[in-house]
Design a protein around this ligand. Sequence first.
Ligand SMILES: [Zn+2]
Length: 705
Amino acid sequence: MHASYYDNPLAFFCNSGQKHTSMTKLIRLSLLVFAITNISLAQPSQAPEPVLPYSPSLDMSAMDKTIDPCVDFYQYSCGGWQKKNPIPPDQVAWGVYGKLYQDNLAFLRGILEQSAAAKGQRDVVTQEIGDFYSACMDENAVEKLGLAPLKAELAQITQLKSVRELAPLVARLQLDLGGSILFQSGSLQDPDNSEQQIAGMTQGGIGLPDRDYYTKDDPKSREIRERYLQHVQKVFELLGDKPELAKQNAENVMRMETTLATASMTRVERRDPYKRKNKIKLADLEQMVPGFDWPAYFRTLKTPPFEIINVAPPVFFKELDARLKAEPLSNWKNYLRFHVANGYSPYLSAAFVQESFDFYTRYLRGAKELQPRWRRCVQFTDRDLGEALGQAYVRKVFSPQLKASTLDMVRRIEDAMALRISQLDWMSPETKQQALAKLHGIRNKIGYPEKWRDYSSVKIARNDFLGDVQRATEFERHRNLNKIGRPVDHGEWGMSPPTVNAYYSGQMNDINFPAGVLQPPLYDAKMDDAPNYGNTGGTIGHELTHGFDDQGAKFDAKGNLRDWWTKEDKQKFEERTKCVADQYAQYVVVDDIHINSRLTLGEDVADLGGEILAYIAWKDATKDKDLKPVDGLTPEQRFFIGFAQWDCSNEREENLRVRALTDPHSPSKYRINGVVVNMPEFAQAFACKAGQPMVNPPEKVCKVW
Ligand SMILES: [Zn+2]
């Protein structure tokens, strides 16, 4: 409901998780067997048993009761939290999700230190995650190696003889580094047949977080480009170039990236699955971009044979071809040298780590300090070996009871959605039938995957951190590419089990709640239903609603890109979502920057729909209970405060600016206040009157679902 996009930029994923801001094959061992082998094989280590700190899903001390809830409900619910929780120097924002995420990292650190310290014959998971983490933590070894781990790749770049030879090298670099060297490629679900995986490619190749950074002409954007240029120059100097030459190289990189950015889709355009769809024959790709040796490229990637590939947007790849013809070989060499060094910076010696932090995290997002090394190492382990670390994690935090109670909540929210759909006064019976079929087709994935990904083919060495990252990246790239031409695996997860986030996938038509997001204070087994439904219930409703938001509504029950709406219903739907877009467009992020409500529309609609569903489900789940006030708050008030407190947060202005351009989620305050203004149940719970800020006038009340 929150965070970042699903890792695969090619996927026709509707919306990713994080109700807020900020990856299977072969059963190796069942959980139970794993638990036993772990105890019998690995000797108890010296590292202490990790504990996840507890905070309740409704925290009275997080409130600011001097504020009138009808004037600013977010401030009323979260004012105390904001005062008690200043942003730590190494963070760009600090909120309930972020804090749980950090507590979770400390907990995972405990697991990793135990694994690293385990003696004797170790099971494969303990060995993988323990050695990966140890190699990352060995800062002296990393420092001593300096640029040595990049020598082979840099030499390959230097030895290039012609622009034609770029293709196999780009493929090699994409395998080792992942991400986006020049462009991005991989497998994706066929938008017309969601049971099938096909090949795909999309835009990429830039070093700033979004194409808009290269095209906008306001003073702040110009300043950011100037600073980026200095950053690129600095990276060239770290690679050994003299300042004068480094400056010239940086200018060339900037110019090349600008042409690629200009030919790229905006984030708003990328939200439209039809704009991301462009299936062509492989032979047509070769005709469209004749300057790139595609057979050599795909041979190096070892992709399974295929004939059809999704290439979007085509204009980007045409521009790539123009660049291949226009730029001399030396410019391409420098472009690759920069992207290799820049991409690997977080795993290199201190000078590279610091430069990367200074530009991307300090300057762009406002953090004051680099995160301690252990925290970065836990994050790298979760990213590269997430389902190995995840096995150890869920054994400690995700009991069968927790799975049963959260699954029960999911089913109740789905029932509420079925009820809402059948009651909608604006939707025709035909479309309702399709909507209900879609709802009933949703798969619920809770906690962790049924089959664990097997990393045993990845060589993890305790003294070769960068090599470990490269081999794990290559494993993931091949895993992704090998799906081309195969049926879709519905058991696959797009997030690791410890992830504090959740997502809905339109093509899979499933909702995914990793174990990490079902912990207090988000889901609190010690607390009663009111705040839990307000909080996690709302998140579940949020993810479900994504199946029916302006993007999700374009996919049918099977996850195929097919319009299942009648024309009239679609029009009425768009009128209703426009109400939400108009409301959020009024909200100011920072200075004169308003929310780009065409970017945030899907999330804003999901926030509103989710909370309405949670309220209905909560009322139904507790209809036979005699609910009493607690701490002077009525059950209804506690439901809404539980809702608001999922998103108590503080955020740096710099980060708000980046998010205003890149994040499909509105700022925290509006994700709460923007919802309650549209809910008469809220006005009633707090006796708010017409005309007060937290009550939309009747003609402006938005209701979609
Ligand atoms: Zn969402």
